[in-house]
Design a protein around this ligand. Structure first.
Ligand SMILES: Cc1cc2nc3c(=O)[nH]c(=O)nc-3n(C[C@H](O)[C@H](O)[C@H](O)COP(=O)(O)O)c2cc1C
Length: 207
């Protein structure tokens, strides 16, 4: 029996941890999208959150190509996705490609932190979206060479992930059983002891 969208959203929630931002615990990456569009006002809020992200030298190296449903940019981004992602992302009302300028504007030298900053800004985007009741789903599964060409992205820009944005839909809209199974499986995470260290090989004892 397929779960409802509400039930799926419940089972994807991280367990409550006192003092952790509720939006951090409630965000998850849906593959089912409702037909509802995202308003320009909400899109604006999502990118305001990007705007106030930190970046090396305050370079703000990120650029986001935003494809709204039925636009040529949506079609172009969609055309670069691998088959698996095309199998669910077609219904996303917004497809976004994040890229970052790999050169500092003040002196043209290499910015080794451009992708780091793009990723940090994308984290702000996803959390702001979640706080507005939207879902985001990042994708590395796309053809970067094709995307650079079809979207006319200059050589000095490095490509990040494609992000599908919209409202979570009923899991039954998904095309096949494998996608429904992924949509209805609880999220899993490593324990802190695997990635918070007081020294290499020594898990941090945080009580
Ligand atoms: C950079 C990046 C690339 C990803 N690429 C894909 C992808 O190509 N296809 C896909 O279905 N999910 C993709 N994901 C989603 C991850 O599988 C998902 O974030 C992870 O399983 C954790 O689940 P959660 O976001 O619901 O917490 C990607 C996520 C990130 C951050």
């Amino acid at each position: 029996m397929t779960l409802s969208a509400l039930e799926v959203n419940q089972l994807k929630q991280a367990p409550a941890v006192d003092g952790v931002l509720p939006v951090v615990l409630s965000r998850w990456s849906a593959r089912s999208f409702a037909s509802r569009d995202v308003s320009p006002a909400d899109l604006r809020k999502v990118f305001e959150a990007v705007r106030w992200s930190a970046s090396a030298y305050n370079e703000q190296p990120w650029r986001f190509l935003v494809g709204l449903r039925n636009s040529s940019t949506h079609k172009k981004i969609f055309s670069t996705l691998i088959g698996f992602n095309q199998g669910w992302a077609a219904a996303a009302p917004v497809l976004i490609l994040g890229v970052a300028n790999s050169k500092f504007s003040h002196n043209g030298s290499q910015n080794a932190y451009a992708l780091y900053d793009l990723g940090a800004s994308a984290a702000a985007l996803t959390l702001q979206a979640a706080s507005l009741g939207l879902t985001t789903h990042s994708m590395a599964g796309y053809d970067q060479t094709a995307a650079r060409q079809i979207l006319e992205i200059p050589d000095s820009y490095v490509l990040g992930a494609v992000i599908a944005l919209g409202y979570q839909g009923e899991p039954s809209v998904l095309a096949h059983q494998e996608l429904i199974a992924l949509e209805t499986t609880p999220r899993e995470r490593k324990p802190l002891s695997e990635f918070v260290l007081f020294a290499w090989g020594e898990p941090a004892n945080l009580g």
